[in-house]
Design a protein around this ligand. Sequence first.
Ligand code: ADP
Ligand code: MG
Length: 293
Amino acid sequence: AIPLVAQISTVLGARNGLLIRDRHAMEDARLIDVVLFDKTGTLTEGRQGVVSVVPAEGESADEVLAIAASVERLSEHPIARAIAAAADDRGLAVRRATGFEAQAGRGASALVDGATVTVGAPRVLTERALTPTAELVNAARDAARDAQTVVFVVRDDEVIGLIVLADVVRPESVEAVNTLRGRGIRVAMLTGDSWDVGNAVARQLGIEEVFAEVLPGDKSGTVASLQRDGSRVAMVGDGVNDAPALAQADVGIAIGAGTDVAIESAGIVLASSDPRGVAKVIRLSRATYRKML
Ligand code: ADP
Ligand code: MG
């Protein structure tokens, strides 16, 4: 029976834009009761753009952006690419940075003009007990309310400003979520981004269950905790951060434009970056294996 099942999954995959790396994943997809979507790059396009730069008093917006770009030029993160592109667009002088270090799920830092510069999530400030000015706190709150991401720029131990970025929800994501719900499947979202941004994006998509501020190393733990509660979990993701969670899930599904690491950890790859493919996987699995078993 194995060669037949293998052939079936190859044909199914080719017809439906799926790369089936593990035929057991295709077989198990019919039993899934929770689908956990990564936010950035999966439900959203993952192409961040800089919306605004807010300098602390005595600093200039251009200098905040230039110094941030000097660090981010050395990072592959979508936020980093957006910051580097914005500095280029404005023709700012980006400096050579040394000693670059990425802090997974937090930010990045490097030495610029003899100072240690960190660009990162609000949690970086909390962890280092740094307090931004009231003006920056207000700007961060407004941005979060609009589902925008905020990164702070820290020079040595001084918060010199913040950068507001926005990502776009994929137009297909609403339908992807609704179709799964209609088939009685629980839908949840998992993100390293803040609760404010996570909840705002979830609201746009009608997702009621959110796991936010989850560090890269803890994403697989979220999958495991759902499994402990008795759920069979499909994890859908795109990034390096998602690989352990994809491997932990009963069915790991990578979005096609994702990283090689994510793709290698997934049982199924959606050739197009269309999250509606998840419902298709489950439907095909139900239709195919119901008859056979
Ligand atoms: P997600 O789980 O949504 O794909 P990540 O785990 O990659 O997000 O990142 C979580 C958060 O860490 C980001 O929202 C951002 O605030 C911060 N972050 C990570 N890398 C960087 C970076 N290079 N520059 C600035 N901020 C970063
Ligand atoms: Mg991601």
